[in-house]
Each structure stands twice: as C-alpha cells, then as structure tokens.
Design a protein around this ligand. Structure first.
Ligand code: ATP
Ligand code: MG
Length: 549
C-alpha cells in the first residue's frame, strides 16, 4: 500500500523486514551483541583513514575487547543502564570503542557535534542530564566552566586522547585498569524498547528537540543500508556524514555495525581534494553524504580523478538541487540519488538503490517510501489525501509502518502531540511536499517555510532550484515576507561565486530566470546579495532567521 495505488513491497522484501524486526525488536535485544559480538572477531568493522591516507583496520574482536574494558570502567564510575554518557569526538577508532562501551553498559549515548560552541554543548549536556562526557583533547576547552558550562557541572570529563594536563582523566589510562573479560564489562540487554541514543534534532526551525532512539530502531537503520543504499558485502562503503547528527550516527556507525558492513571512517576534517583521493585510492564503490559535500566537490578546482569506480552515490539531509544531479552523472559516473528522512525516524523516503526497488528517478523527486514505511500527502486543511501532484503535508502511516520507531520527544508532550493528527493515525513530518500518480514524492519546503502569495502556495525549494542554475550563483534561499496586497511576497538571498558582484542587472536576470523556468508569478520581488546564509552547525539553511532580518 502506498496510497497511490500499487503495493510496492514484494513478499520477499516483506519477509526481510519481518526478519529484521525479529532480530532487533525483542524484549531481550542487546545492543552490544547486535552491533558487535555476533560478528566474527577477525572481521573488519571499520578502516580508519588518516589525512595522509594511511589506514588502520579495526576488527570486531578489537572492538569487543576494548569496549568491554570501557564498559567495566563505566560500571566502576557508577554508570547504570539508562544513564546518559555524551561524546564530543570526531570520527576515530576511539569513538567506536567508546560508543560500544556505552551500549555494552546499557547506557544511552548523547552525541555532541565537534563544531558546536559551548552554548550548544552546555544545553545538550544539561538537558540530557549527562553523567560523563568523553571529549577529544582539542575540544576540552569548550567544557571549561564559563557562561555556558556551570562551575559545578555534574558530569565527569574523560579525555579521549593525550592532553598536557596531568590531572586530566584519560581514556587510555582508564582502559588500562580493566581487562576485556572483567565481568563488570558484560553486555547489558535493555531490550528493543530500551534506549540506545538521545539525539537532538538539527534546530533548523527553532530549539532542537530531544529524540530518544530505541534499540529496535536498528531494524530500520539496517533496512535502509540494504534497500536505500544497497550496501553489499563486496562494496567499499563510505558514508562521510558526521556522527554528531542522525545521518552520520545512524548510517555511518550504527547501520554498518548492525549489518557487519565494513566501512570507511575518516579521521580528519572534510576537504574536497582529500575526499576525491579517498574515493579513488581506497576504491570506494558506495558513497553517501549531505548535498553540501557534493556541492563542495563540484565547486573544487581539483580535477575529478580518472580512477574512481562509484557504483552508488546517495545524498540526504537537505533537498538535492538539480545542478548537483546533473553534474554527478559525468563527474562521478553515477547519478546522485536523493534520500529523505529525519532524526525522528531515520530515512523513510528514498530513491532506493536496491535492484528490487530501483526505478527511473523523475527529476527532482526524493523517491518513494522505503519498505517498512507507508507514507502519504494530506491536504492542508483536512486529514484527507491531497490530490496527486498537489502540495500538502508529508505524513507517515502509524498503523501500516512496521519500521516506524519514534516514541515521542523527551520531556516535551506538546511538541510530540504536534507531530500527529488528532486521531493519532498519521505522523506529521512538518514538511510540505507532493506525491505524483506513480507514488514519487517531491519535497517543497518545511511547513513553516511554505510561502502563500495571493492564494498560491509556493515552496521556496522550487525557486531556489532555479536560482542555483545561474552560473554566478552558489547558494540561494527564498523566504516569504508579509505584504499587504498579496499576503506574502518572495525575497531571495543569494550567495555569488567568488569575485562576482551583485547589482540591478543580475537581480533582473535572476527574476527572469525564475519566470522562465518555474512560474511567472513566483519570482523574487527582491534579491539580496549576501556573503553567506544563516545555517545550523550541520549546514542547514535557517530560513526563519532570514525572515526575521
Ligand atoms: P529541527 O527539527 O530541529 O528544526 P531539522 O528538521 O533540520 O531540525 P533533522 O531531523 O536533522 O532536523 O532534519 C530532518 C529534516 O531535514 C526533514 O524534516 C526535512 O525538512 C529535511 N530533509 C532531510 N532530507 C531531505 C531531503 N532529501 N530533501 C529535502 N529535505 C530533507
Ligand atoms: Mg525537524
């Protein structure tokens, strides 16, 4: 059932979903067992790559032993199952050890993105009631008492690597005090509904919301890796997203561990030349990243290496603009596919790569519901289905979506209630979009960002997609501003290519481009040429801040 007619889930796939639920959604489910111990000791979990391209393989045996030591240390430090333990760490072997140690103890991981400043860190540590934070040494400054970090902070800080401060507790020293067979490090089973992670949403539309991720969510993460990304045992898989966010934590760490898919972990910051080198030298065949990564690869002057052999390329987290899709075909040798999801559920609509699901991708579509999810578009003012091709609210069917796992935000019943229709039947994503007669979904905007002008509903993404087609435009954001006559009118904020100056002529060109390629009425009445757009630390455009300007 997909509410556009045909049943898209074949019986084999249905069976596979049932198998996955049987593994992860049981009262006995044990995260350390599912993510580590059930895989053979000598199987490689991650190949950690340094900026000089040297690599180290991390096996499940290494991870089992070291995470047992860390779990024993956590137990000794008074951490009980259900307690929150945060990490302020970049991608590294230590990060995976720490995470598996936390889960082995039955504790709950709170990820902190390393690009966060102290206010964002303090907010998450306090509101999650974190007992411990493990931090890279080069991040420790952000945990010093100050405006955002209380002097009597209740959390213990552990440095993940060496520091100059002899008084600082260090991970290595801590691990050295325990052996891998210490009974205090035994895996604790919290069950499928027990928590694995407490993760905050990106804060694109306001204050971030705390999402509790249960162990059973692994069934949907594993399913996306198989069906959405089509990661196969012989793939060299690399999801470059940062595990401080849902897409990186769920699909660069959790899903690969759950499924035993070997993958690459880059222990260095992003740069386009380095990304190209890794794809080429390590023979990456299956790549996933946010649209900004593809945009940076495209903008970088480095010539595309001749020897790349990508089989799959996927993008998630933000709308994928057509300029990137067009470029990818010749540059990457494979068209980037758009995938859609949220912190609250992981990925659930995608241009899936699995052979049984792959279809021609209509331009601009983010795909079809993944197996295990049934979605629909509801009209704005009623809870009836919107007609095919008409904009409405993108929703998930809570009754017919066995992989749906969102249990509601932590300590925020009102925000949770806003996510559902009154009868509880539909989960409201908060996004506006449409579905065509073939069941392909199209993203229009965040509900808050939809522009209503003289009765027309306009999604800013449609207009932005045209603006970025102009050679001089790097990025664009379109918002609706109040207008007495028309209700709202469109204004565009545009970042230009380095060295290009904006002016009346370019403004007129851009307006004409929108009239020609999108719609005569939906052109931006004003174009503001700006140096940059306001973004979340993960790089999402915060249109609500532009509206306030
Ligand atoms: P907050 O909920 O705090 O405002 P956020 O919604 O950005 O932040 P995330 O859960 O990280 O937090 O992001 C999910 C949202 O990102 C989706 O609801 C959607 O608006 C957007 N998104 C994700 N993938 C895509 C995609 N492929 N195309 C368009 N939008 C996408
Ligand atoms: Mg959201």
């Amino acid at each position: 059932m997909n509410y556009q007619g045909e049943k898209i889930i074949s019986s084999d796939i249905d069976e596979r979903i049932r198998q996955l639920l049987a593994q992860y959604d049981t009262p006995q489910a044990c995260a350390a067992e599912l993510l580590c111990d059930r895989h053979p000791d000598d199987t490689v979990a991650f190949t950690v790559v340094e900026s000089d391209l040297s690599t180290t393989d991390l096996t499940y045996g290494d991870l089992r032993r070291k995470s047992a030591q860390f779990a024993a240390a956590l137990a000794e430090l008074g951490i009980e199952p259900g307690d929150r333990v945060a990490t302020l760490m970049s991608k590294s072997a230590q990060l995976v050890v720490v995470l598996l140690g936390i889960w082995r103890r039955g504790a709950v991981h709170v990820p902190l993105f390393t690009a966060f400043a102290p206010p964002a860190i303090g907010f998450r540590l306090e509101s999650s009631d974190a007992k411990i934070v493990v931090s890279d040494a080069n991040q420790l400054d952000k945990l010093q008492p100050g405006e955002d970090i209380p002097a009597d902070a209740p959390w213990l800080v552990i440095a993940a690597d060496s520091t100059e401060n002899p008084a600082q507790l260090r991970l290595d020293d801590l691990l050295a005090g325990y052996t891998p067979d210490d009974p205090r490090g035994n895996a604790v089973a919290v069950g499928g509904r027990g928590l694995l992670v407490q993760l905050f949403t990106s804060g694109t539309t306001g204050t971030p919301k705390a999402v509790p991720v249960p162990v059973r969510a692994l069934a949907s993460f594993h399913a996306y890796l198989e069906f959405g990304l089509d990661a196969r045992p012989d793939d060299v898989f690399w999801n470059a997203a940062d595990p401080g966010w849902a897409y990186g934590l769920y699909y660069a760490i959790l899903a690969p561990l759950a499924s035993g898919t070997r993958s690459i972990l880059l222990h260095a910051g992003f740069s386009a030349p380095l990304t190209w080198q890794i794809i080429e030298r390590l023979g990456v065949t299956n790549f996933a990243a946010a649209p900004t990564v593809y945009r940076s690869l495209r903008a970088d002057p480095t010539p595309v290496p001749a020897g790349i052999s990508l089989r799959r390329a996927s993008s998630a987290g933000e709308p994928l603009t057509p300029d990137v899709v067009g470029w990818s075909k010749h540059a990457l040798g494979v068209e980037v596919h758009d995938h859609y999801g949220q912190t609250e559920h992981g990925m659930f609509i995608s241009n899936a790569w699995h052979d049984a699901l792959a279809t021609d991708v209509p331009a601009g579509s983010m795909g079809k519901p993944l197996p295990g999810f049934v979605c629909a578009v509801l009209a704005d003012d009623t809870d009836e289905f919107a007609a095919a091709g008409t904009m409405g609210r993108v929703v998930v069917d809570t009754v017919n979506s066995p992989l749906l796992w969102f249990p509601g935000y932590i300590d925020a019943p009102e925000k949770t209630a806003q996510r559902y229709t009154e009868d509880g039947r539909w989960y409201l994503t908060g996004d506006a979009g449409m579905v065509d007669a073939d069941g392909n979904y199209f993203f229009s905007a965040r509900d808050d960002d939809v522009i209503i002008m003289a009765g027309y509903r306009i999604g800013p993404f449609d207009v932005e997609s045209v603006l970025v087609l102009h050679d001089d435009v790097i990025e664009a954001a379109v918002v609706g501003l109040p207008d007495e006559l028309r209700g709202e009118v469109l204004e565009a904020f545009v970042v230009l290519r380095h060295g290009v100056a904006g002016g009346d002529e370019l403004e007129a060109d851009l307006q004409t481009l929108v009239k020609r390629k999108f719609a005569a009425h939906a052109y931006p009445r004003r174009v503001h040429f700006v140096q940059s757009l306001p973004k979340t630390p993960s790089g999402k455009v915060q249109r609500f801040l532009l509206r306030k300007q």
